[in-house]
Design a protein around this ligand. Sequence first.
Ligand SMILES: O=P(O)(O)OC[C@H]1O[C@H](O)[C@H](O)[C@@H](O)[C@@H]1O
Length: 317
Amino acid sequence: MGHSTTIWDQKSEFEVIKDWNNIDQVVLRSPRGASARVSLHGGQVISWRNERGEELLFTSSKAILKPPKAMRGGISIYFPQFGNCGMLEQHGFARNRMWSIDNEPPPTPSNDGNGKVSVDLLLKPSEDDLKCWPHCFEFRLRVSLAMDGNLTMVSRIRNIDAKPFSFSFAYHTYLSVSDISEVRIEGLETLDYLDNLCQRERFTEQGDAITFESEVDRVYLGSPNIVAVLDHEKKRTFVIRKEGLPDVVVWNPWERKSKTMVDFGDEEYKQTLCVDGALIERPVNLKPGEEWTAKLELSAIPSTYCSDHLDHTGLSI
Ligand SMILES: O=P(O)(O)OC[C@H]1O[C@H](O)[C@H](O)[C@@H](O)[C@@H]1O
């Protein structure tokens, strides 16, 4: 995959390689063998592997790996707009822009340690961005891989403009699953949701864990900070912990929609489920000089372990 450069830093160590389009990708490796890969195109996490080398995120076999569009898979950033609720391109421009590596990130309170490896990326608006979204901001994204293989993403968005601005946000996360019909989500029962398949009409979830037998495209509102995605066949549970992200988008295109997407295989809806920590219903209003922070932590653990230890009510992050 082209030439590679190893960058050493006092607190983190990562490797930068070039992809097929000559775009830099950052590779993080935990001492026990887990790894993550982040593309500077979109600041998108494009791979997350556990200690055994198993890929935990889905990437479509038909993904288009060339800018300007975001690659179909991994974890992409929706900012400053969700969907087509605004004047900007679908899901905002952040996922389609080139980010840079921030080699001297400002110190942060929740700093690494405990064997974490991390990289800090930075996005600032280009002149063209300012024409369609006239707000000066600095978006810092820290992607970290912990000793135990957990993946954490922390976003810090600072208003460096003279006037306030509002935005929506999501970590659009394509989890890799064995078979969508074997999967269920716990933690969203009884919540209200906006149904993107019914003009964003508001409904209430009826109380059971969420399972899948047709297209789903919903924004669950005011969710707890921990949500679990259980994959029975793989006996694996993804635990999603989030801070500053009240909403959760759940999306599976199912059969008919899959066939309309050029960068998605007709049958691939069976192998993935998108569960996004998000902030959509009530956009953030950020005043000049203010900073907004949101954190997402993903872990993948054996289901047997999980059902013993998961406590939706008591667990805090
Ligand atoms: O195809 P994209 O622009 O990447 O969007 C993929 C999907 O993202 C979200 O989950 C939305 O709720 C869906 O309505 C949308 O289809």
